[in-house]
Design a protein around this ligand. Sequence first.
Ligand SMILES: *[C@@H]1O[C@H](CO)[C@@H](O)[C@H](O)[C@H]1NC(C)=O
Ligand SMILES: *[C@@H]1O[C@H](CO)[C@@H](O)[C@H](O)[C@H]1NC(C)=O
Ligand SMILES: *[C@@H]1O[C@H](CO)[C@@H](O)[C@H](O)[C@H]1NC(C)=O
Length: 362
Amino acid sequence: MRWQLTTLVFQSLLLLAAASDKYCSGEYSHGGDHCKKFEFDSTTDEEKCGSSSGSKHGDNSVNGIKLSNCTTFYDISDLPDQDIDDHTTKMAQLITNVFENGGTSIGYGYVENIKDCRGYTSGYIGFTTGTNDAYTVVKQYLKHNPKSKLRKSLKELKRLSQLDFGDSGRADTSKLDKHGYMKAWQHAACYDARFIQTQLDVGHAMYLKPAMKYAASVGVHSNLGKAFFYDTIVQHGWQYVEPQINLPRILQLTGARRANESEKDYLARFLKTRRQLQCCSPSSVWNESADRVSDLQKLLEDWDRNKDLKHPVKLDAFGVKVKGTEDLLYDSENCKHKPKHSKGVKPTDLPIPDTCPNPLMS
Ligand SMILES: *[C@@H]1O[C@H](CO)[C@@H](O)[C@H](O)[C@H]1NC(C)=O
Ligand SMILES: *[C@@H]1O[C@H](CO)[C@@H](O)[C@H](O)[C@H]1NC(C)=O
Ligand SMILES: *[C@@H]1O[C@H](CO)[C@@H](O)[C@H](O)[C@H]1NC(C)=O
């Protein structure tokens, strides 16, 4: 009996181990030679979150980075531009939403402290109170609806946005709790179509448009490639204050597109670098999402079918099919009903916040 039990325990441990590195083995294993290029130190993000100032890692670390100007983003005004059509935008947003929220109901009303050092994660692409983008959304929204209860949180959001990056104070939510941030965000998302549109407007200016520029800069023009860049920028950002994990770093480590290299082959190298970065990272925040890149790699394999994103796509690891006909303007997960239809609500074309003075903060 005893022996059998031990065998059983041993077998389940093996199974567990196999399951946990299902997406991080072989050329994606944690700690292989391919990890050296990322130059990660051994401190995890979880540990970094606990430190109160940036001093312990010296000046060139992720910790305690000062804003060197009025924006946290690289200046990309010189990169070429390209458009993305409405259907592709919708597909890209739905695909990323499945990865971020587990399904195709867009999480406008989602608010949670996921204890990742970024305070509250809120809304459809996870705007966080600790990294300035939730502040930007609230600030833009209050221009349209100055009476919203979110106003009470504005001062605290501004204060958080002025701390150094890596300062553990950015994770603080105590004052936001006092001002009813969670409830006010959810209420606005469930009742006001304008708040949904503001989230989309800011998401486009901060992530979608920059993603299109970065894609154009390396000759990526397919709809599928555009969706990959959107997903990457939403997850990894393009901020100079998080230099180790951002999209520009992934591009740099992928290297330039080779002479005669097809877009498909280039994208394969790009996704490989991204997944290796996730698996090599000392933080479990990143390796847990290697399944997401695995799904994108599968879409890439069927290039002829998927390159234009005209057909529904299946995301295997998440068990979800994205059709492109889903309702983008209703968060059925977090809200009991559709927001009031408001005819006056139209998209606002906001500028990319990469220049000074920051056009989204003023
Ligand atoms: C991620 O890394 C952590 C810590 O190294 C490990 O315990 C966990 O099993 C890994 N998860 C995956 C999906 O590889
Ligand atoms: C690129 O392809 C062209 C035409 O197929 C060929 O003549 C050329 O040698 C190739 N260049 C490289 C660097 O492979
Ligand atoms: C702000 O500073 C960062 C880091 O030095 C730089 O990458 C970025 O281009 C600067 N942005 C502007 C608008 O000067």
